[in-house]
Design a protein around this ligand. Structure first.
Ligand code: NAP
Length: 290
């Protein structure tokens, strides 16, 4: 009898995870199927509860439920608790444990594909949602020197900055964290001392009302820095096109997607994920379908 792992989110039409997770499972000849479990907010409780059925091993969680699933789980891993968001659920015995592998995926892609070492660097993050929380905790843990958070809803940026400062007060970490209003995006001063800009907003995503938009113009992007857009669809995003025009290096979100998925795969199966196979599949499908 096959076992099942699900992807919980809404909508899931353009999701790449089922493709690259299934090739990884087939690589080991596991009799496990990775399925889309698309659900409305009303159905979320039921879908999560069903993971406890014998045939199911766990799930990935994506937009918009990464925070909403927290109270539905039996236990949270330390990083998931810190970030306040879960993207991976693992069933152990009859307990559902929540993990966050986005932070790991972000850093792996940054270092391996972006060839960027975060320690001592100045970073600007656009956004303050679930992805921005994972990214900013990951960067602070990797000892960046400064972090500026710019978000449309300023209070959300402040709340994230406060969480980071609270965390650093309990650790040896000492990143200088500041916030700026969204209006500052048109001012190059906001980016003067950074070596990395990370877009953690949804702006520019294909098949949405934000398709074709870029949060930054090429005039404000410093030459020679790295611009990392978590949005992986389309390639390159409008922001990355602006960055290229400005003479910056660019990194899209596809590698992060695969690395976070590879960490989830290890948690469900206990086996090393075949990252190259997964990355090739993700690239192939994204060229075909997007
Ligand atoms: N590559 C990967 O592996 C990976 C992993 C995780 C996430 N992501 C991507 O990262 C993005 C963010 O995900 P999330 O989970 O953080 O979503 P989220 O929690 O819903 O946050 C969305 C963020 O985008 C901002 N935003 C949305 N529309 C905007 C607009 N018109 N103008 C300015 N800001 C706007 C929001 O600002 P407000 O606070 O003002 O609403 C918020 O900061 C998504 O595109 C997601 O697909 C990629």
């Amino acid at each position: 009898m096959p076992k099942f792992i699900g992807l919980i989110g809404y909508p899931l039409e353009h999701s790449l995870s089922p493709y690259f997770q299934q090739v990884a499972l087939e690589h080991y000849q596991f009799d496990i199927r990775y399925e889309k479990w698309e659900t409305s907010p009303k159905g979320l409780g039921l879908v999560v509860a069903k993971i406890k059925e014998a045939q199911n091993l766990g799930a990935n969680v994506t937009v918009p439920y990464k925070e909403a699933v927290l109270p539905l789980l039996d236990e949270l891993d330390g990083q998931a608790m810190l970030i306040g968001a879960v993207n991976t659920i693992v069933k152990r015995g009859n307990r559902l444990i929540g993990f966050n592998t986005d932070a790991y995926g972000f850093i792996e892609a940054l270092c391996k594909e972006g060839h960027f070492e975060p320690e001592g660097k100045g970073v600007v993050i656009l956004g303050a949602g679930g992805a921005a929380r994972a990214v900013s905790f990951a960067l602070v843990q990797r000892k960046i020197s400064s972090l500026t958070i710019i978000n449309r809803t300023f209070e959300r940026a402040k709340a994230l900055a406060d969480s980071l400062k609270g965390y650093m007060a309990e650790t040896e970490l000492g990143t200088a964290v500041t916030t700026l209003p969204w209006q500052n995006l048109s001012s190059s001063e906001a980016f003067d001392h950074c070596q990395l800009i990370v877009n953690c907003t949804t702006i520019g995503t294909k098949y949405t009302s934000q398709e074709g938009q870029s949060s930054l113009s090429s005039e404000v992007i410093p030459r020679g820095i790295l611009v990392y857009d978590l949005v992986y669809n389309p390639w390159p995003t409008p922001l990355l096109q602006m960055a290229r025009k400005a003479g910056a290096n660019i990194l899209g979100g596809l590698a992060m997607l695969v690395y976070q998925g590879a960490a989830s795969f290890r948690l469900w199966t206990g086996r090393e994920a075949p990252v190259d196979i997964m990355l090739n599949k993700a690239k192939e499908i994204s060229h075909l379908k997007m």
